[in-house]
Ligand binder design. Sequence first.
Ligand SMILES: N[C@@H](CCC(=O)N[C@@H](CS)C(=O)NCC(=O)O)C(=O)O
Length: 220
Amino acid sequence: MRLLQFSTSHYCRKARLILGYKKITYDVENLTPGVHILRVKPLTGGQTVPVLLSENQAIGDSTEIWHYLEKEHPDRTLILGDRHQQQQAELLEDWLDESLGVATRFIYYHYRSGEGKSIDPSWFSQAVIQIVKKQYNIGPRAVALASQRLELGLKILGDSWQNQPYLVSQQISIADIAAAGLLSPLALIPHYRTQYPWLFQRIEEIHQLCGEALPPGLGS
Ligand SMILES: N[C@@H](CCC(=O)N[C@@H](CS)C(=O)NCC(=O)O)C(=O)O
């Protein structure tokens, strides 16, 4: 099995967490943003990573990758036994994918090009950040909206994660994996580190459970 990815993408981290939790052996092919389309489009018809290559199939989108892995590797399932709880986990996953994961991207790139420029002030890194900001229209209004979205989202996730290890039940679900992957870029931003210490504790725990290296900013 092979994962086509950008090494820094939080959606690719989510896919690696799923593979890691299920203890599936795979290798990665790191693509270069921009030219990745030449590799990805003929395989999936889309333009995003992660893409999983398995048995002559190419599966694009982290949620589709999860569905495929649950079907082909049902051991160590992330599906909860209770149907209502499972629906709740899938709803949270979808919200994280479509809303909070996107908001995190906006906040992260805004930070990296401003206050957090010193993380990598090199010409190349800053040029990539500017290209991403342009591609996704990351301007002041969008950043303000993303910030509000995250504050509300973290309040909702905090209702569970502050008090218990998993978001939906006593068991890990796809919601925990999505949150741990998609919110991980916030670990480099001091505001979130100070305001939400519990978030990074949970992100670390999920990474350990999945045997995945911690994201930048966490660990030693
Ligand atoms: N819903 C998709 C989102 C994936 C996504 O947005 N990937 C970004 C990297 S974080 C990407 O490939 N962007 C390149 C592009 O849009 O050209 C998923 O869950 O896999």
